[in-house]
Design a protein around this ligand. Structure first.
Ligand SMILES: [Zn+2]
Ligand SMILES: [Zn+2]
Length: 315
């Protein structure tokens, strides 16, 4: 018997999609044909996907997807997989690739977003910091909880629970002192910064950059020897991913304060909050109790089935 090699692919592509429903059906057919699992989001502005499967199947899927106009140059990030990261396949049409709540503010052309921050290759990020020093500020484009286990050195981490909170944060005045600095936005694979950098420029941030391929590409190139500290949170069964064996553990257990990079779901299935907990405090795969926030928000408790992976945005 031969063991097929499993991998995970992560990619996004911005291009105008007139018939999102047809593209959804096409994508679902491709993924199902090759037994791929994971999440695909189709929006009028493009496509965003994280999929797991065998290398052969993923290669065929990627090749077919690249035939769509404007997607021929998508940057596909490959990482190791076990085949167990995703319980099922989900293909959905959404108004936005990432839910910033600003679908009318983003304009796309085949191959990309119009008016976003300048893309920097990982080496150019280091170069900019070397040349400009404190004039350069890293700005976390993820949900704040993701930054608990890893972030760029000295990064500003906005108080964002979901991507929806960014506009309110940017307009709060809290970050006005960054408007004349060189701001480098970053997120997991880069998709969120494609949008965030437009929103920032539209709100008076004068010099905005984004990292080509996001933290994933930066980590691949520099491991733990660059300006990145800690591990990378990912929206699938893997939890946190380290770039090399010597990554620092920045996360702290919610219960005992000990070092940990282990994110766990709330015991409530309707709750999307993730908290850090070490193996000694919570040996199982989820908290036994609900978090304070969801107790406050909702009276009812929907017990979680432990085989369910968190269902949240990708990239
Ligand atoms: Zn603990
Ligand atoms: Zn909760």
């Amino acid at each position: 018997m031969c063991m097929a090699t499993n991998k995970i692919v992560l990619f996004y592509g911005f291009t105008p999609i007139a018939d999102t429903f047809a593209v959804k059906l096409w994508q679902r057919e491709l993924a199902a044909r090759w037994d791929l699992r994971g999440r695909i989001i189709v929006a009028p502005s493009g496509i965003n996907a994280t999929l797991g499967g065998t290398v052969q199947a993923l290669k065929r899927y990627v090749k077919a997807t690249k035939e769509y106009p404007g997607l021929q140059d998508i940057d596909v990030k490959w990482s190791a997989g076990t085949g167990a990261e995703f319980p099922r396949l989900s293909v959905k049409v959404r108004p936005e690739l990432v839910a910033f709540g600003a679908p009318d503010e983003i304009e796309v052309q085949p191959g990309g977003v119009i008016g976003g921050g300048q893309h920097l290759a990982p080496a150019q990020v280091n170069q900019l910091v070397k040349e400009r020093g404190d004039d350069v500020v890293f700005f976390d484009g993820r949900n704040a909880f993701e930054a608990q286990t890893g972030r760029f050195r000295g990064a500003v981490v906005p108080a964002v629970e979901t991507t929806h909170d960014f506009i309110k944060e940017l307009e709060s005045g809290k970050y006005d002192d960054l408007k004349d600095k060189a701001v480098i936005t970053y997120c997991t694979g880069g998709v969120r910064c494609e949008i965030l950098s437009v929103l920032m420029k539209n709100r008076g941030f004068n010099e905005v950059y984004q990292i080509e391929g996001g933290i994933v590409r930066y980590g691949e190139q520099f491991g733990s020897g660059g300006l990145w500290d800690g591990t990378l949170y990912v929206f699938d069964g893997r939890g946190s991913v380290a770039f090399g064996a010597d990554a620092r553990t920045l996360g702290r257990c919610t219960l005992c304060g000990g070092a940990t990079d282990r994110y766990l779901n709330c015991a409530d299935a309707a709750c999307t909050h993730q908290r850090l907990a070490c193996r000694e405090c919570v040996p199982g795969a989820a908290f036994a109790n609900r978090c304070a926030q969801c107790v406050e928000e909702r009276a009812e408790w929907l017990p979680r089935h432990l085989d369910r992976a968190p269902n949240q945005p990708v990239g």
